[in-house]
Design a protein around this ligand. Sequence first.
Ligand code: NDP
Length: 325
Amino acid sequence: MATTQAIRIHSVGGPEVMRLEEVPLADPGRGEARVRHRAIGVNYVDVYHRSGLYPLPLPTGLGVEAAGVVEAVGPGTAGVAPGDRVAYMAGPGCYAGARVVAADRLVPIPAAVDDVTAAAVLLKGLTAHMLVTRVHAARAGEVALVTAAAGGVGQLLVQWLGEIGVTVVAVVGSEEKAEIVLRLGAPHVLVTPRDDVPRRVKEITGGAGVPVAYDSVGRATFESSLACLAPFGLLVTFGNASGPLPPVDTGALSRLGSLAICRPTVFHHVASAADLGAAAAAVFTRVGAGTLRVAVGARWPLAGAADAHRALEARATTGSSILLP
Ligand code: NDP
């Protein structure tokens, strides 16, 4: 059987548990395609998988997103053919030279979008799409809080909200990141820990607070983001880069103004082929038109995946990070 190189873990822990191994590469079965990777997206969920925050059966591969070329399709596989450029998200195992995946999860990459950009934007762009259209129908004229705004998802979310006409109050961890987000058009950028975020949000909104807060930092910002909300506001907690949330005191949601919390996951929102196709088209159309700019902040060889994780966890990256097989 053919083989390919892949990053695998046999135990959970720090970046050092990742090993580059030679793994079998099967022929695609019915309804499947084998994709030769040209670029692999690094996502914060890969850190949760590696650390054990999101437990997986071991040993396991890592990585949930890649872009490349279809090199073989299984019997009865419709809609894709060898030579097609595609991107996809799937369960852990994308940190590899090639992979066999269900053909109905493959998204064609438009000619105007290169492979690295596709791997940098698919999962993160679908997440931004979910956040502004499905979890909360963002509207022109409203104000939204966005944490980790210079990150992979954050930069896309800031731009998409701006396109809709939402006034973004962005939160970032350094002055350099603030510069990046200002260049993306965010009218208000707060830097932690320098700025008192709830106090500044109240000032910016004339005391009202924001109707929606998009928080991917988790434990460290949970209380602050809740405190930024207007009555009936929605906290969209969609990540835990600083650690998982404490148990939620629903009484506090009542006291703070009949607030709501939701915890969405992009894989659920694109579970059907129709939803995946529509959301991916919305992302790639914007990328092709230049209305959604994709910043690839760092590239590492596949063998350097541990360094990519170290940088991500050290808050040293901006935009999307890519592994090159
Ligand atoms: P990012 O590029 O945003 O990297 C994480 C950022 O989080 C850092 O750069 C940093 O920005 C901020 N951060 C704050 N505190 C910490 C901390 N203690 N440790 C590490 N980072 C910290 O990553 P991604 O774009 O890949 O993902 C962004 C978030 O969105 C993640 O939480 C991820 O889990 C989540 N996500 C959720 C999805 C879903 O379906 N629910 C789908 C995709 C992503 P700063 O220094 O500016 O604070």
